[in-house]
Design a protein around this ligand. Structure first.
Ligand SMILES: Cc1cc2nc3c(=O)[nH]c(=O)nc-3n(C[C@H](O)[C@H](O)[C@H](O)COP(=O)(O)OP(=O)(O)OC[C@H]3O[C@@H](n4cnc5c(N)ncnc54)[C@H](O)[C@@H]3O)c2cc1C
Length: 474
């Protein structure tokens, strides 16, 4: 008879948890996965909105899947089966009241960007490149990191404004780690610099195509991994919220959870693999973590996000997957249109738009009602000339508390202390974007789930070393 010691208990059913379950169950391990929401998917879930205007699938912000990791790519494509489409990626950015292809193309940038701005950007780049030949100071924050690589003007017109708007912090208060993890050479400036100067060492290029589920939104990726795990005998339980992580004599024994029926249930396991937010994991430890560790936990912050969805009375608004809006007089910072990811996301004669607004839990954006959010989003979209107010048939919203881990100047010290504490508990591991407080993409979370599972299967795999970051503001 199977004992609790045989069980691997996975906490959280986002991509990291679902992909780990997929690998472990396929290898014949006894797996139980607990997810608090009604559905698998986490940050990369999709929900269906149905109304008199039709059926609309929406993600929590736009999600394009691609991976340079062959295993992640192949397994994800395989698990989706026929349920996928391939799309050419299309993004734009609003600069100086005009839409530019993103990343910028040299020919268009030269023609469309105000000449003084373009000349200044090129001049600043050269001044900075010359300075860099003689000095190489340590980058103390995001601003210094970007200015040293791209020059001051480009920092000012895009990186600086957009970043400060997204994080609600001046860029001198954001860690250089965030830039180094998230901005590759394959970004805004790269296209220009590469096409003119052709550096010897080619940077990793921006992918031009990506995959997306044909039906059911991006959430189908995590759901497909979970279904595969179930097919191999895993128990996947949704609507089960972990309320305590039980530790005895330095060893994790399992969890206490509020189960599907609203009852308290203790679930024991030989190994616990966490993918819930690391800060939550440590807060839920029973007995509790020491006060100094909880102080480090309190110091690790997340940026939250409100998504405002607008059903429009027109077949399509743009051809873009998303449009960046750095302009700081506008509240919305990015727009996306699910229909451009898959036709299945909206009926033929209507479209849905997602307006993202970053915020902090409990602030004036987070606490706005649906109708107040509608007002903000409609005002911004009208101001940039994209819609007319009368086209908006209905609006609704979604909130994500743990949208982005916030890399402020002190985060690393706090993170190391919190991770060291979690690592000191035997039979407990933590992975994924949330479980490692790492700003990463879907493919990275899948890679982390795979390698954490490999590790439990006795293979020499280090999920903490999954390389992250090849796109800007993914
Ligand atoms: C706006 C936005 C846009 C993005 N766009 C892209 C993109 O274009 N391309 C890309 O590759 N990536 C994108 N990402 C990143 C991607 O969404 C994440 O990297 C990935 O989904 C993280 O998966 P995860 O499993 O690590 O974490 P999560 O998905 O957060 O999973 C953690 C899970 O734990 C569950 N949980 C929490 N508390 C409990 C509890 N007490 N009990 C039980 N379960 C619990 C949560 O409900 C969640 O399901 C985007 C992210 C955001 C926020």
């Amino acid at each position: 008879m199977a004992s609790d010691d045989d069980r691997v208990l996975i906490l959280g059913g986002g991509l990291a948890g679902a992909s780990a379950a997929h690998v472990l169950a396929r290898a014949g391990r006894r797996v139980t996965l607990l997810e608090k929401e009604a559905e698998i998917g986490g940050l990369a879930n999709s929900l269906l909105h149905e109304s008199e205007h039709g059926r609309f699938w929406y993600d929590f912000g736009p999600h394009r899947f691609h991976s340079v990791d062959q295993r992640v790519h192949e397994e994800t494509i395989a698990v989706l089966g026929d349920n996928k489409v391939e799309r050419a990626r299309v993004s734009r950015i609003l600069l100086y009241d005009q839409f530019f292809d993103y990343p910028l193309k040299l020919s268009k940038a030269l023609v469309q960007l105000p000449k003084p701005v373009m000349l200044r950007a090129i001049f600043d780049y050269f001044v900075q490149a010359t300075k860099n030949l003689f000095t190489s100071p340590k980058d103390r924050n995001f601003e210094e990191w970007v200015v040293r690589r791209f020059g001051r003007k480009l920092y000012e017109i895009f990186f600086g404004v957009y970043t400060a708007k997204t994080w609600g912090l001046p860029c001198t208060k954001i860690s250089a780690d965030w830039a180094s993890q998230r901005i590759s050479q394959a970004s805004l400036w790269d296209t220009i610099v590469k096409s003119v100067f052709r550096p010897r060492k080619e940077a990793r290029s921006l992918v031009s195509k990506f995959h997306y589920p044909a039906k059911g939104g991006v959430g189908e990726i995590a759901k497909s991994f979970a279904r595969s795990a179930q097919g191999n005998g895993a128990e996947v339980r949704t609507g089960v919220e972990v309320e305590a992580v039980l530790v005895e004599n330095g060893r994790c024994l399992g969890v206490r959870a509020r189960n599907e029926r609203g009852e308290t249930e203790v679930i024991k396991a030989g190994t616990v693999l966490n993918t819930m937010p690391l800060t939550l994991l440590v807060r839920l430890l029973e007995p509790g973590a020491p006060a100094e560790i909880l102080a480090h936990v309190d110091a690790l912050k997340h940026r939250s996000m409100v998504f405002v969805f607008l059903v429009l009375d027109r077949p399509t608004l743009t051809h873009d997957h998303w449009i960046y809006i750095p302009e700081d007089t506008l509240t919305v910072h990015r727009l996306s249109e699910p229909k451009n990811f898959s036709d299945d996301c909206a009926p033929a004669d209507k479209t849905l738009i997602c307006a993202e607004i970053t915020c902090d839990f409990g602030d004036e954006i987070w606490t706005k009602t649906d109708s107040e959010l509608r007002e903000v989003a409609v005002r911004d979209l009208v101001k940039i000339g994209l819609i007319k107010p009368e086209e908006v048939l209905e609006t609704f919203s979604h909130r994500e508390l743990f949208a982005y881990p916030l890399y402020d100047l002190e985060y690393r010290e706090h993170l190391e202390a919190v991770l060291a504490h979690a690592d000191g508990i035997a039979h407990l591991d933590t992975t994924g974007r949330q479980g490692l407080f790492k700003y990463n993409n879907m493919d990275h979370s899948i890679a982390m789930g795979f390698t954490a599972a490999d590790n439990l299967l006795g293979e020499d795999a280090d999920h903490r070393q999954v390389a992250t970051g090849d796109t800007y503001f993914g």
